[in-house]
Design a protein around this ligand. Structure first.
Ligand SMILES: [Zn+2]
Length: 144
């Protein structure tokens, strides 16, 4: 074989290798993306199963008590933060039905439940109770 022919053959086979390798690389990249996508899909299904399991067994004695407690705590924290948002927005949540109520409302407009005293009112209520404990009314004080 002539030296030039051999060089020519080598160049052809190298360039075939390069284009095949590029095809393989893009095939691998595509397969990796497909695997990632399937893994994400499986993760979503796991989450869904976990949520269904939690909702089905909450309040029961379960082996996964630690995780159940963590979820309960997180849900309570969310509830508190949502309450804080309502307070910041100048509204509260009805303790009975969960409806949003104006900060000044005494009764829930949806279920009619009496709404708890606004936090700012509490010190005044405590002061009134303290006076009551002394057993002296305003009238008696005036008599003295
Ligand atoms: Zn209500």
């Amino acid at each position: 074989m002539d030296i030039l022919e051999r060089i020519g053959d080598t160049i052809v086979s190298v360039s075939k290798d390069v284009s095949q390798k590029a095809k393989d690389a893009s095939g691998i990249a595509k397969l990796r993306l497909d695997i990632k996508s399937k893994e994400n899909f499986i993760r979503e299904q796991y989450l869904e199963i976990g949520k269904l399991y939690y909702e089905k067994h909450k309040g029961e004695d379960v082996e996964e008590q630690v995780q159940f407690d963590r979820i309960d705590e997180a849900l309570e924290a969310i509830e508190e933060m949502q309450q804080q948002i309502l307070v910041l927005k100048g509204a509260r949540k009805c303790p009975d039905c969960g409806a949003q109520a104006a900060d000044t409302a005494e009764y829930c407009s949806v279920c009619g439940a009496k709404l708890s005293i606004v936090v700012e009112d509490l010190p005044y209520e405590e002061v009134k109770e303290d006076i009551g404990d002394l057993g002296v009314t305003e009238e008696e004080k005036e008599d003295c």
